[in-house]
Ligand binder design. Sequence first.
Ligand code: RB5
Length: 135
Amino acid sequence: MRIALGADHAGVALKDRLKRQLDERGISYTDFGTHTTESVDYPDYAAKVAHEVAAGAYDRGVLVCGTGIGMAIAANKVSGVRAAPVVDLMSAALSREHNDVNVLALGARVTTPEVATRLLDIFLDTPFSGGRHQR
Ligand code: RB5
């Protein structure tokens, strides 16, 4: 599995934490930025990651902003992307099982790093159920 990562200034620290997690798990990724806490426009980073996933260059995307909401709104404008802002474990699992979410949007201001790593694990490890959800 290959992951495309992106964040704005509010999410850059959590993105770095998630990169360590991916390293520990041996999962390859590309970090599309941003790389500093200088203020940037989150849709620019959502668009980069969303287009990479939609094109099939990456299997999944992970975006981080303050709440995850703006990143999800922006990423969902790209055809083929199913992005969800996720803050709890059940939503993380159901976003995969029922919605086949391919871009996880996390909020560094609303989720602790400890919870965020659990959300990422669930996002990576939970398969789509298919069946009636496919229909
Ligand atoms: C940046 O201040 C903040 O608005 C952004 O990270 C995000 O939360 C938007 O949804």
